[in-house]
Design a protein around this ligand. Structure first.
Ligand code: ZN
Ligand code: ZN
Ligand code: ZN
Ligand code: ZN
Length: 507
């Protein structure tokens, strides 16, 4: 962007963690000091943004030294983006140009205001703390998300940040809901990096030739899965509390394997002890693992649901996924039928128990709707989690089913331009009284945090993308999602509004 002088060129070696010249290097090292951590250069974007599992997991060894390893060797090296809020009032109204998180910008640091999103002439500089007034919706230009501002010009969206305040300048109430997350995996990722599972499972390939395969081969000992600690959840709670006005209404843990049962029960228990019982759980077998489903597995999951008491709020995620194991499914067509049978059996559990059904569908939307139409009464509560089918199909389904809700994932923030269609198009037509917000953490982190593990503190960005698509205020979407959440999972709304009452009920 802008003038590209010799001294402004990115340092190739620095971006790979290997520049030996330090401050005397004549190339640009600047992006690591970037205010909000969203480095503009793709090369640099993921550098030291995640923990190196090989370094963090006891018993594994990273073959690289810290300056050669792409991932962080320890928390000191980690460049985790500081938690911040999107503009909650809708950026049409104007916004503060201010960094919310810990950063290394000095007062003298300034960002540039460009003439227009399509014309990269610098017209001015604004300092941290200056206010600029937005003059339109964000525009994608040359891969940068630009916001037109007054006086005439544009700045990058990532430089916007604001705190929603009421008339008296106090932080506004920010109800946090995350309708679908794998909290156990998320907390492990946060502590050990994305490959925390290294060598805890056997490799599926005969004679696997991958040099640093993360799975265990013949003769290799299986490592135990690193245990969750209560402080992992406490730290997440502290992180969420950093969002001004935040109040956890509910986080729904999706327990979709037998292996996750113990952790899920633990998390629900810790949630009662330190989050006022706001961690809820649903149980089921994920369609990718349909072949482990059996009457015995079913019994264990149901028993776990019972143990959760009021925090056990639904059945799933279950459904159909024709994407992940596509090759297998193509070579053995009867597997598709088996997957459908397992889905139908799990639908029966939700119906028998009169609890919400959490549906996962991927590349199988038509088949999923067909099965739901055939087996689920119209007024039953259904959560379409991470739905990515066509808008028209969805709308006709919703029209017939008053208690079906669509849980929108972080992916809605990814494709900014409307010609990308997909989730943005869906977001546009989705009725506000039928939407829920989810992270599906640790996966699908929303745009400002992409490549890192996603967690409930990122949910406001999902709401923001929805708000931009629908022309609404972000806070209105967040509040609607909170009301819908309570209605869907059967939590009383008065309780939500008072916010203070205990939800620490054991049964
Ligand atoms: Zn490493
Ligand atoms: Zn292998
Ligand atoms: Zn899913
Ligand atoms: Zn999931």
């Amino acid at each position: 962007m802008g003038q590209d002088s010799f001294s402004k060129k990115r340092c190739y070696f620095f971006d790979r963690g290997r520049c030996v010249y330090g401050d005397s290097c004549s190339f640009n090292h600047s992006l690591l000091k970037d205010c909000c951590g969203d480095a503009a250069s793709d090369i640099n974007k993921y550098h030291k943004k995640n923990l190196c599992s090989l370094f963090m997991v006891p018993g594994l060894e990273c073959p690289f030294t810290s300056s050669f390893c792409w991932n962080a060797h320890g928390l000191e090296e980690l460049r985790r983006s500081p938690l911040r809020l999107p503009p909650l009032d809708g950026i049409q109204r104007g916004t503060l140009l201010r960094c919310m998180g810990a950063h290394r910008l000095s007062e003298a640091d300034a960002s540039e205001v460009w003439q227009s999103p399509s014309d990269w002439e610098v017209i001015d500089r604004v300092k941290v703390g200056d206010t600029v007034v937005a003059d339109g919706v964000p525009v994608l230009a040359d891969g940068y998300m630009m916001v037109p501002v007054q006086p005439a010009g544009a700045v990058e969206l990532r430089y916007f940040s604001c705190v929603a305040t009421d008339e008296k300048g106090r932080a506004r109430d920010l109800p946090i809901t995350d309708s679908h997350i794998h909290l156990d995996e998320m907390l492990r990722t946060r502590r050990y990096g994305f490959a925390w599972y290294a060598k805890t499972m056997r490799c599926g390939y005969l004679n696997c030739a991958r040099r640093r395969c993360l799975y265990a081969h013949e003769g290799e000992k299986l490592r135990p899965v690193p245990a969750l600690r209560p402080q992992d959840l406490a730290e997440l709670g502290a992180e969420l509390a950093k969002l001004p006005g935040s109040r956890i209404v509910g986080i729904v843990q999706s327990c979709c394997t037998v292996e996750a049962i113990e952790d899920t029960l633990q998390l629900v228990k810790w949630g009662r002890e330190m989050m006022d019982g706001r961690i809820f759980a649903t149980f089921g077998i994920h369609p990718n693992d349909f072949d482990v489903h059996s009457p015995e597995v079913q019994m264990r999951l149901e028993a776990a649901l019972d143990l959760c008491g009021v925090q056990g709020v639904g059945w799933g995620e279950c459904g159909l996924d024709f994407n992940k194991r596509a090759d297998e499914l193509d070579s053995a067509p009867q597997m598709r039928q088996q997957m459908q049978q397992v889905f139908i059996q799990q639908i029966q559990v939700a119906l028998k128990r009169r609890i919400p059904l959490v549906v996962h569908s991927r590349d199988a939307e038509e088949e999923v709707f067909h099965i739901l139409d055939e087996h689920v009464p119209r007024d039953h509560y259904i959560q379409l989690h991470s739905f990515m089918g066509s808008p028209s199909m969805l709308l006709s389904f919703l029209a017939q089913r008053p208690n079906t809700y669509v849980s929108v994932p972080g992916a809605v923030t990814w494709a900014w331009s409307s010609q990308d269609g997909g989730l943005r198009e869906l977001a546009k037509v989705l009725p506000v009284d039928r939407l829920l917000l989810e992270t599906d953490g640790p996966y699908m982190a929303p745009a400002p945090y992409r490549g890192q593990e996603s967690h409930p503190g990122h949910v406001p960005w999902v709401a923001h993308a929805l708000a931009v698509a629908k022309g609404l205020r972000t806070l209105d979407v967040i509040e609607a999602a909170s009301r819908n959440f309570c209605r869907f999972f059967g939590l009383q709304e008065e309780r939500e509004e008072k916010g203070k009452e205990s939800f620490n009920n054991q049964k």
